[in-house]
Ligand binder design. Structure first.
Ligand code: NAD
Length: 250
């Protein structure tokens, strides 16, 4: 698929990440459908996308998004609990919980109901993309990459594009272009069996372990660690969230 062929985006798993991923694609002008097995999640996500802390209305209030763009973005997002409603999507981005077997089964099911030319992407935090793709057809494997976003998606502009040996160059290039169209700063990362995590989470994981060890060994408090990392390295999402901000989510 070429970037200009991507018009409809399906987001599977409409929780914390799925809502944000849908939001940035709608703002970029894509028709988006969020699919989640829970109607309650869909209702909550609709609220978050429109009225939430990182939602579309707040972006308008902060002067980051024009009114017309906001209205059309809200209109561009549809919601469903049925995979079949995604059958005509050109790109599917999966954001179901971080469970390898679940992701494999979700993609196996999507492979059956989504049109054969559609691209697949996983927002896994760290599973090997080739393992997630284990139960899909060889043809679809050429159309699959990882697209790893950071939370909260409307605020953090990272997108790691994870490329497998099976993915075609066109698939990889299109994923990069789509990510750029949603105003992401794209980093390329090779899919590597035997590893866990891509760029951000591998580096952050080591640092977080050290932070926990500093606390366990009684060397520094959580507050002092957060303060040092914010003041000394400009890491606003510091480890323990003791100074508020988005660090609270870690
Ligand atoms: N939260 C983060 O900070 C973060 C950051 C980057 C990547 N991720 C990754 O993104 C993915 C989603 O994380 P999240 O935090 O949004 O989780 P979440 O629990 O908020 O959302 C997952 C959603 O998937 C739905 N779901 C479960 N099974 C489903 C199925 N078969 N079909 C459709 N929907 C289904 C659930 O109802 C839930 O709403 C995970 O792989 C996670 O590791 C999370």
């Amino acid at each position: 698929m070429r970037p200009e062929d991507i018009k409809q985006v399906g987001v599977v798993g409409g929780g914390v990440m799925g809502g944000g991923i849908a939001q940035i694609h709608a703002i970029a002008g894509y028709q988006v459908t969020i699919m989640d097995i829970s109607q309650q999640v869909i209702d909550d996500t609709r609220h978050e996308v429109v009225d939430g802390k990182w939602g579309i209305k707040r972006s308008v209030e902060k002067g980051k998004l024009g009114f017309d763009n906001a209205v059309s973005a809200i209109d561009l997002i549809g919601y469903t609990t049925d995979n079949n409603d995604l059958s005509e999507c050109d790109l599917i981005i999966e954001a179901v919980p971080e469970n390898l077997e679940l992701k494999q089964d979700v993609f196996a099911e999507l492979d059956k109901v989504i049109k054969p030319s559609a691209m697949f992407a996983s927002n896994t935090s760290g599973f090997v993309i080739q393992e997630i793709a284990e139960k899909i057809s060889d043809e679809r494997k050429t159309l699959m990459v990882g697209m790893h976003y950071s939370n909260p998606v409307p605020v953090m502009t990272m997108c790691e594009v994870i490329y497998t040996p099976q993915a075609s160059q066109e698939t990889i290039d299109t994923a990069v272009t789509i990510a750029k169209n949603t105003r992401r700063d794209v980093s390329m990362c090779k899919d590597m069996p035997g590893t866990r995590g891509f760029i951000l989470n591998r580096i952050f994981g080591v640092a977080r372990e050290e932070a926990n060890k500093l606390v366990e060994d009684g060397i520094a408090t959580k507050e002092d660690i957060d303060k040092a990392m914010i003041a000394g390295r400009n890491w606003p999402a510091a480890f323990f969230g003791t100074r508020g901000g988005i660090g609270k989510q870690w």
